[in-house]
Design a protein around this ligand. Structure first.
Ligand SMILES: [Zn+2]
Length: 135
């Protein structure tokens, strides 16, 4: 069982990631929005450093957080850790350049797709999912 990363920890990883300027093979795409994990990105290049998955099952909402009319695929969609799909994500860091990425497995009708999005500090929002039936 992982302890979910705190917002402050996420910010730290995001800010560190945003200061990286060196070109790296992990940047085959921008990953500003969600993308399928490209086969060119080797599993060994990413190291898991934490999880956003809540310990409580009832906190695993499928609700998304889009107060400004963004959608799941938007490159400017907020990163709200307690909302879908971020509440399914683990945090990964490139072992070469230190850029940080969120990853989770999207279960489709016929297969499971690994999705990846870069952790942009400008998009991180600290907003709590209140849960169903909670005040
Ligand atoms: Zn890299």
């Amino acid at each position: 069982m992982f302890t979910p990363l705190t917002f402050a920890q996420l910010q730290q990883y995001a800010h560190r990631s945003s200061t990286v300027t060196q070109p790296c093979t992990c940047m085959s795409r921008s990953f500003a929005g969600w993308e399928g994990l490209p086969v060119s990105l080797k599993e060994s290049q990413l190291k898991e450093v934490g999880s956003l998955i809540a310990a409580e099952e009832e906190d695993l909402t499928l609700d998304e957080y889009h107060p400004s009319g963004t959608s799941y695929w938007s490159v400017d969609a907020p990163i709200a850790a307690q909302f879908f799909p971020y509440n399914r994500c683990r945090l990964w860091v490139c072992v070469v350049c230190n850029r940080a990425y969120l990853r989770y497995a999207e279960a489709g009708a016929y297969h499971i797709e690994q999705r990846i999005r870069s952790l942009d500090p400008a998009l991180l929002v600290d907003v709590a999912f209140e849960g169903v039936g909670r005040a």
